[in-house]
Write a new protein. Sequence first.
Lengths: 341, 194
Amino acid sequence: MSTTTFGLDTFGDVTQDASGTPLTHAQTIRNLVEQGVLADQVGLDFFGIGEHHTPDMPLSAADVVLAAIAARTSSIHLGSAVTVLSSDDPVRVYQRFSTLNALSDGRAEVILGRGSSVDSFPLFGFDLADYEDLFEEKTHLFAELLKGGKITWEGKTRAALHEQDVVPYTEPFPTWIGVGGSPQSVVRAASYGFSLMLAIIGGHPARFAPFSELYKHALEKFGRDPLPIGIHSPGHVAETDEQAREEFWPHYLDVIGRLGKTRGFATPTPESYAHEVGPHGALFVGSPETVAEKMARTMKKLDASRFDLKYGIGGLSHESLLRTIELYGTKVVPLVRDMLA
Amino acid sequence: MKIAVLGAGHVGPVIARLALAAGYEVTIAGSGAPSRIEMITEFLAPGAVALTAADAVADAELVVLAIPWHRFSSLEPGMFAGKVVIDSMNHWPPAEQPLGTSEEVAARLVGAAVVKTLNHVAYQDMEPAAGRAVGLAGDSPAALQAVVEFLARIGFDPVPVGSLAAGRLLEPGSPLFGVAARRQEIENFVKEQS
């Protein structure tokens, strides 16, 4: 199987200063570059930014931020987590990430998603009723673009292309499909030869094991070689379990409590939080040892070779996030590597 | 009793698995040909049989609608006559002033006995059901009874909340939506609203 890699994902939530005042969007974005640079310094393999379009999460143009990080780093791979392909133009996504791939000397990756936060649909004039069709068609076009060369394509969701050059040409870059729970997306990833990124944000991670099996079987059925399976899960690392849990809880309650009202997941309670941070939940919150043990167990269970910790949640401080990044890179990842060896 | 689950997305396979584990015969249908969901069925709901929607419904006494709301209008309404139909769908994104999806379902599926339930539980919280309280709403006492038995057998604690119109109490925006409410909390809320 493929090499094991470890990354960090962020949705670029607005952070707060020591007095609890939210930082400006501009400062949040500049801090994000520092976080990406630190991720490289502590030896991580990937840094991903998830596209969002809300005042709490102002990272609407992730690729620009990734380019700034690329200019100051040399090893870490940089990508989206996710790119909401349904409401974007696959040609532009390809062009932006090809450019990033050129700038970074081959370190770009793309994680495509349908978008569980659907803010981008009204913003760009797309109808949620076309949710599945948009993703299906645009994924197909994106797969065609990755092949390089002149492209001819026709569909319902964008203008047709005939013998079209789409530039810049660069080396192919890894493309993943982010899957939150849709089995069709698992099969789709396999059919296009994209890697599978399982977004596990609540409940028992082991319930995704059938998705890994489905993916491996589908790859085989489509005559493709094995491809990496990755896990994206939220978390927070501090020196002790207690400290990590206490730091994360009020912000988790605040953010999930608000999102849950429109997305249908339950408002957290102290009991549900204790369950999620425990061995059977989806929150990787705790000391380096606790988080590492849970990561290793989950990766084995789901046959995953990549783990991206989604760090940072609205309201934590920039300094606290830097601490998480440092602990994750210097303590957690080496521990997981030992456990998986 | 035979169960037909329409929808092979996030929710459908979960409900199919719960029903299979409870010993029901289960068929599952996506949009289009059964071959498109055979692999999904084999891995996510082993034991269920993938069929077209028409074949699945024709053979079943109880039909579970687990498709996106915007796909509902593409279902052929005639085939549901005489069936008990569970509506687990939601307006997505939540409507400004939620009208009951189930009232619209009942108006379109003439001759079916519609019961609203399971729509207010996130799919990742359904399994294991673990005795979680779920509300149900409907106008047909016989259909309600059948669904109460079904829900109890697959592991939930069914709590009637009233007529199909009262099913709005289970929709997005309601304090019961997406919350791990206990039986007593559901009953109290329903009492307050009546």
